[in-house]
Design a protein around this ligand. Structure first.
Ligand code: UD1
Ligand code: CA
Length: 453
């Protein structure tokens, strides 16, 4: 897997192969395709930002037979493959060579190379390009067999007229590969060791692929196009698995996320990271759901933002809710509009329907948290806990100053500032008795200036 290049055209601080599509670095996709063919070991040739690339890929493919080979100086694709020789010492099967910037390649297509090579020294993937400019061209003999590859910069005018291009994906016999590479020199227009030069040094067969599958990512426009293609495949699979996508063109589900059958994803939904969605779940328009679990039958209404949260079966969230890490809703719990939760457990059937902040709280079953309730969980230094026991009722516009506990079935009157624990079954009120001052408006209220036209 060639991944040492800088990716100059990305104009980025970040190595090209780490740029993301469908929530994964682009290098993830060809590596996964190679692993799907049981390629072992997979040697990733790294150079530009080697450490970061190795770290990230090792994390993504923990447990897979990945090895890394350093190409300290990028002297060309042939040189890059030679850098992998040490890591492949003693290996004498077929070597699959891929570039890490070709995320759309499918395992099925790579499999065709395996079937095609037979006793040829190398099988290479080619395609008929609408615009072959910039690619290496496949030069065939009169009998149609592959003679060699010529790079655009080294090609004659006639060779530039060839529309069949080299996709830079090969399957070669290991012994042939490394002995052919030793004979490759740098006498070409770019002064590089060209991997393509091995083709003329043995018997080569070509397998034609779809252009869309072998197109690489060299700039941000190609990155966006590849991401769109990956999304299209992913969404097609989800629909096959029984998920309704109201508009698949604008549905964003990261790689690896499971969504259960009969669930509905409305337009502009983004499911990211380690999210998992059960069956029969409805996710409303514009929701962004990150690293969260949503159980069967739950409903997430439009424009909800959720991170590291867990939603129980049949629970309802939103619209316009914000669930921060550690928010957890039990079965049939309900969080309504403009409610923010953080590290808070909302018990079975409990509700916080409007305009609240609930942080560091454990709320029991069957509780009602009224509009505008705020847990004052932060004293400027520490985060403090609030406990609300089963069946408690918190009147609207109350402040619960943590640490504090509201006992089972207790009531908190509207507008109460709760600073002390409320015993089970008690009513807590903190406001004084209301006074009405008769005639105040007539006598004391500030006069409005008379209107002038
Ligand atoms: C290469 C092929 C060309 C083919 C094209 C398809 C050669 C000489 N040419 O050209 O025939 O049509 O791919 O996209 O192979 N890399 C390294 N180390 C290096 C140089 C490159 O790891 O020293 C890696 C890059 O990171 C990249 C891949 O190899 O992943 C391809 O390199 P690139 O420079 O893009 O090759 P092209 O000029 O596009
Ligand atoms: Ca390229």
């Amino acid at each position: 897997m060639l991944a040492a290049g800088k990716g100059t055209r990305m104009k980025s601080e970040k190595a090209k192969v780490l740029h993301q599509a469908a929530g994964r670095p682009i290098a993830f996709f060809p590596i996964r395709a190679a692993l799907a063919l049981d390629a072992s070991p997979v040697v990733v040739v790294i150079g530009h930002q080697a450490e970061t690339v190795q770290e990230e890929l090792s994390r993504l493919f923990a447990g897979a037979p990945l090895r890394f080979a350093l190409q300290a100086e990028q002297l060309g694709t042939g040189h890059a493959v030679r850098c992998a020789e040490e890591a492949l010492r003693g290996f004498d099967g077929s070597v699959l060579i891929l570039a890490a910037d070709v995320p759309l390649i499918r395992a099925e297509t790579l499999q065709k190379l395996v079937s095609a090579r037979q006793d040829a020294d190398v099988a290479l993937l080619t395609c008929r390009a609408k615009d072959p400019k910039g690619y290496g061209r496949v030069v065939r003999r009169e009998d149609g067999s592959v003679a060699r590859i010529v790079e655009e910069k080294d090609a004659s005018a006639q060779e530039r007229g060839i529309s069949e291009i080299n996709a830079s994906i090969y399957l070669a016999d290991a012994r042939f590969l490394f002995s052919a590479l030793r004979a490759v020199d740098r006498s070409n227009a770019q002064g590089e060791y060209y991997l393509t030069d091995i083709v003329a040094r043995g018997r080569a067969v070509a397998v034609e692929a779809e252009e869309s599958e072998v197109s690489g990512v060299n700039d941000r426009a190609q990155l966006a196009r590849s991401a769109a293609q990956l999304r299209e495949r992913r969404n097609a699979q989800l629909m096959k698995d029984g998920v309704t996508l109201v508009d698949p063109a604008v549905t964003y589900v990261d790689e690896g996320i499971e969504v259960g059958a009969d669930s509905v994803l409305e337009p502009m939904v983004s499911l990211r990271g380690k999210t998992k969605v059960g069956r029969n779940v409805r996710i409303g328009q514009g929701c962004v759901i990150v690293d969260s679990e949503i159980a069967d039958g739950a409903e997430i209404l439009p424009y909800t933002h959720m991170t590291e949260s867990r939603i129980g079966p049949g629970a309802v969230v939103g619209p316009f809710a914000r669930l921060r890490p550690g928010a957890q809703l039990a079965e049939r719990a309900k969080v309504g509009n403009f409610v923010e939760l953080k590290k808070t457990l909302l018990g079975k059937g409990s509700k916080a329907s409007h305009l609240s902040y609930l942080g560091d709280a454990v709320i029991g079953e069957g509780c009602n948290v009224g509009a505008g309730t705020i847990t004052c969980n932060y004293d400027g230094k520490n985060k403090l806990a609030t406990t609300i026991e089963d069946g408690a009722f918190i009147g609207s516009d109350s402040q619960l100053v943590a640490p504090v506990k509201i006992g089972k079935n207790a009531y908190v009157g509207s507008g109460t500032t709760v600073r002390e624990d409320v015993p089970p079954g008690a009513l807590a009120v903190s406001a004084g008795k209301q006074r009405n001052i008769e005639g105040w408006v007539e006598k004391k209220a500030p006069r409005k200036a008379p209107k002038k036209d």
